[in-house]
Ligand binder design. Structure first.
Ligand SMILES: N[C@@H](CCC(=O)N[C@@H](CS)C(=O)NCC(=O)O)C(=O)O
Length: 222
């Protein structure tokens, strides 16, 4: 058994953030699939583990006091970075300005874009008679425009400078989602340049939606 267990869904952007970070840091983990389409995340047993009724859930089996559960992806990213400082996901503490830029992008993606395009929100939009796909396309377009505006000044090879950070771990699945919903991603040239620089990175390839143990056969990467 690995020191970590990740509860994950193949096409969950929040789960992919953690898969990318774990892979970047070469941290082995066991994966427990949670099928969102079958509402497994709403079960009493999942709720007992993660009161947010969402994935990802990261369990660290070697924490002080034994198993330690983290039910929020950004908290888990920061935990991993603090416990495993090799391949850091934030610039050094001596550079608070650059750290704030990384955190700005993380917040744009994780606090502004993802929550309003989540499955539970899509279900509510449909219940009100709206098109959840149009809703997502518009909100993802707005959010990526903010990323583009920030990254025009911050990006080097990656979102902020030339080192991979947690902003990149959040950006990749946000772009996968945007592509899935038909957003015109080419309208964001800096975002796309960084996306292309990261796309073939082994940590990203291994974390991709289509390479997971719970990816349906017809979507699996060959
Ligand atoms: N703020 C949470 C959001 C988690 C979240 O919304 N996860 C999605 C998958 S990406 C989910 O489980 N959705 C279930 C639902 O919408 O019912 C985090 O960053 O972990």
């Amino acid at each position: 058994m690995s020191d970590y267990t990740l509860y994950s869904y193949f096409r969950s952007s929040c789960s992919a953030r953690l898969r990318i970070a774990l892979n970047l840091k070469s941290i082995p983990y066991d994966l427990v699939p949670v099928n969102l389409v079958k509402d497994e995340h709403l079960s009493e047993s999942h709720k007992a583990l993660n009161p947010s009724k969402t994935v990802p859930l990261l369990i660290c089996h070697k924490a002080r006091g034994g198993d330690f559960k983290i039910g929020q992806s950004v908290a888990a990213l920061e935990f991993l970075d603090e416990v495993h400082p090799q391949t850091p996901l934030l610039p050094p503490a001596t550079d608070p300005e650059t750290r704030a830029v990384v955190r700005t992008l993380v917040n744009v993606i994780c606090a502004d874009i993802q929550p309003v395009t989540n499955m539970r929100v899509m279900r509510r939009v449909r219940a009100l008679g709206g098109s959840a796909e149009d809703w997502n396309r518009e909100l993802m377009t707005d959010g990526l425009a903010v990323c583009e505006a920030v990254m025009k000044d911050s990006a080097g090879r990656y979102s902020v400078g030339d080192e991979i950070t947690m902003a990149d771990a959040c950006l990749m699945p946000a772009v996968w989602n945007a592509q899935r919903f038909g957003v015109d991603v080419k309208a964001f040239p800096t975002v796309m340049r960084v996306f292309e620089n990261l796309e073939q990175h082994p940590a990203v390839v291994k974390a991709h939606y289509f390479s997971q143990p719970d990816t349906p056969k017809e979507l699996q990467s060959q």
